[in-house]
Design a protein around this ligand. Sequence first.
Ligand code: SAM
Ligand code: CA
Length: 261
Amino acid sequence: MSDAGETAAGIPAANGNRTENGDKKTTRHSEVGHKTLLRSDALFQYILETSVYPREPAALRELREMTALHPWNLMTTSADEGQFLMLLMKLINAKNTLELGVYTGYSLLSTALAIPDDGKIIAIDIHRKNFELGLPFIKKAGVHHKIDFREGQALPILEDLIRDEKNLNFFDFVFVDADKDNYLNYHERLLKLVKVGGLIGYDNTLWNGSVVMPDDTPSPKYIKFYKPFVIELNKFLAADPRIEISMIPIGDGLTLCRRIQ
Ligand code: SAM
Ligand code: CA
């Protein structure tokens, strides 16, 4: 246990909420009666090694290992979030889904493995070549037939889908993980495509923690650039009466929106 009153895993020890005089400290979390779970990399590693990696399907593990060697690997969905998506698909009995932003396909393969054999995913990305890197793993997993990959900008492809009446109020789930400055544009279209009671998951809504950092905090250019869009999205979703929401602190933040009107 460290001097700061934390266990090796970074979990506050029993005396971690005491001042030097032994008085109880009031932290913001205890004030509002809840705790955030992840306080250290060790704890994240613990989750991965205890409950994620031992259950990760082989094709997903191989896809993750291949992606780790790719120069843009920062973009991939984390394995714990992939596991969460798989469970979520089963909980909501998702059959027809949409994905915006595929990269090498970790979230796509997670979704494809979880939906039924006659389920379908329309997966959109501007770069087919990264999807093709993941394709051998998707084929190996035997779920290629569920995927309809469309190369191009997501917005016009969504407009095309909307023009076909059979796609309206049709999708059970949409995973949005593409260009963050377009999420609000996607939102308006997706509310037409997802059915009432269906879910939209917006990924990266905590945007590397930048949503609560002062604007002059040193951070990569792309973090600074997209930060105002993510903040605007979060405010908008919180106030949108057409959906119920929950912001899940998994990965880089995943906001689940259930369409109610
Ligand atoms: N979900 C992926 C996974 O699990 O690995 C990660 C997606 S990555 C964060 C974002 C992807 O969005 C990139 O592959 C990028 O090519 C794609 N993208 C960016 N802008 C886009 C747009 N306007 N339309 C479609 N795809 C876009
Ligand atoms: Ca993401």
